[in-house]
Design a protein around this ligand. Structure first.
Ligand SMILES: Nc1ncnc2c1ncn2[C@@H]1O[C@H](COP(=O)(O)OP(=O)(O)OP(=O)(O)O)[C@@H](O)[C@H]1O
Ligand SMILES: [Mg+2]
Length: 202
């Protein structure tokens, strides 16, 4: 992690982040190490974008959504952002209020969000258009809160995207998350045993 002091305009969001990232009664909190990393980014000690990389179920999306819940922001998967930009270019993207959204509006919203999250990066083979959108999404958030999320590490992302995307992510802060929390929660029911216990004939 690059810990050089580099103030960003996200510093003003810090009091809210500090107050809320703590574990609240009965609510699973963000892991302490990750809290530290998120704080460092918001304080400008560690550079944006923050990339959360790790195996499926390690809590990447939840952590990113916690930040949005706390301070407000915009969530997209790479695929949904690419779809929105494409649909908007063709004049097919409807705003909930009924008007047709232009791609300029899509990008304006992305740029202005307090925090932007780009989830599921690298899950599909990327077309030139996909690559162009992802690169622009990162560039428009330069020096501002952006959380990139992927199951892949930077090396594998380089194979899916290109070195320009990876160089942008590598210039930020990368946090590796471990452990499959989904599997921890899973319920395994051995049907034969259940039937025996309830006395029902299989
Ligand atoms: N801090 C946490 N404490 C306890 N449970 C958690 C925590 N974070 C996430 N979980 C649980 O783990 C599950 C997986 O989380 P999440 O969807 O964020 O994983 P992911 O890393 O984004 O997975 P994928 O790569 O498949 O998208 C969720 O159902 C959530 O309830
Ligand atoms: Mg996820």
């Amino acid at each position: 992690m690059n810990t050089s002091k580099r103030p960003t305009n996200s510093t003003k969001l810090m009091p809210e982040i500090t107050r809320h990232l703590e574990c609240q009664a009965g609510v699973p909190g963000v892991a302490p190490e990750l809290r530290l990393v998120i704080r460092s980014c918001f304080l400008g000690w560690s550079p944006w974008p923050l990339t959360l990389s790790g195996e499926s179920g390690s809590g990447k999306t939840c952590a990113a959504l916690v930040i949005i819940d706390l301070i407000g922001g915009l969530y997209h998967t790479a695929a949904s952002l690419v779809d929105d930009v494409r649909e908007a270019r063709f004049g097919r993207l409807q705003h909930p209020s009924g008007h047709t959204k232009s791609d300029r509006e899509v990008w304006r919203e992305w740029t202005k969000a307090r925090v932007a999250v780009l989830d599921e990066m690298g899950t599909r083979e990327s077309t030139d258009f996909h690559l162009e959108v992802v690169k622009r999404a990162i560039d428009l958030r330069y020096g501002r809160p952006l959380v990139c999320v992927s199951n892949l590490g930077l090396q594998d992302l380089q194979a899916v995207y290109d070195d320009r995307v990876v160089s942008r992510l590598g210039g930020g802060t990368v946090a590796f998350m471990e452990g499959d929390r989904r599997a921890d929660q899973g319920h395994v029911v051995v049907v034969g045993t259940v039937l025996e216990k309830t006395g029902v004939e299989p």
